[in-house]
Design a protein around this ligand. Structure first.
Ligand code: ADP
Length: 191
């Protein structure tokens, strides 16, 4: 199973990614999490990425693509993977197509979480208090939303044209959103 989870900053991708990936026994790969881990370890990748992340800008494609290529080449991703936060640009879509095709597989589904803009800002500001992410200040949140609208939202159409997009209402309780995702993916709940 090879899946992409898309949605604007604060849509709850990370939370849902874990449930979905656990169900399929595949890793949830979050580019944001990998970047943040590198930032906190002070690796060269982290130092490079931080310059962009702190402003709410995207990390350059070459850097991000290489990181994803390495990650999905690891043994745990052999049965499949769920990508959270990638691809975010058209160049990343094309790169991912190449990666998946060269392994002889295909992309099974793209799940898009739809949320209310005001709700999202509220969620992110709350998260800022709990987790203290450097990019969760109001200015940077707005910038991330604008960059998403400009660069990433249009990618949904690319996948829609392939007939693999599932648009899910991301509002409400976490477990209700999970149920909607599973229903869209034709998953029978276990509990
Ligand atoms: P959110 O979606 O809530 O804004 P993420 O944790 O997914 O946050 O990403 C945080 C930051 O990491 C982004 O604002 C960006 O700077 C960087 N990043 C994550 N994924 C990518 C990507 N696919 N391409 C470029 N930059 C990325």
């Amino acid at each position: 199973m090879r899946l992409i989870l898309m949605g604007p900053p604060g849509a709850g991708k990370g939370t849902q990614a874990k449930f979905v990936a656990d169900h399929f026994g595949i890793p949830a790969i979050s580019t944001g999490d990998i970047f943040r881990a590198n930032v906190s370890e002070g690796t060269p990748l982290g130092i490079e990425a931080k310059r962009f992340m702190d402003k709410g800008e995207y990390v350059p494609d070459e850097v991000t693509n290489q990181m994803v290529r390495n990650r999905i080449g690891e043994p745990d991703a052999a049965p499949g993977f769920l990508l959270d936060g990638y691809p975010r640009t058209l160049a990343q879509v094309e790169e991912l197509d190449g990666m998946i095709a060269s392994s002889g597989h295909r992309l099974d589904a793209v799940v898009v979480l739809r949320v209310d803009q005001d709700e999202v800002v509220q969620r992110l500001t709350q998260r800022a208090q709990v987790e203290g992410r450097a990019d969760d200040t109001e200015d940077v949140i707005r910038r991330r939303q604008a960059v998403y609208a400009e660069e990433t939202e249009p990618l949904i159409q690319v996948y829609r044209d392939r007939g693999i997009v599932h648009e899910i209402d991301g509002m409400g309780e976490v477990e209700d959103v999970t149920k909607r995702i599973f229903a869209a993916l034709d998953v029978v709940p276990q509990s």
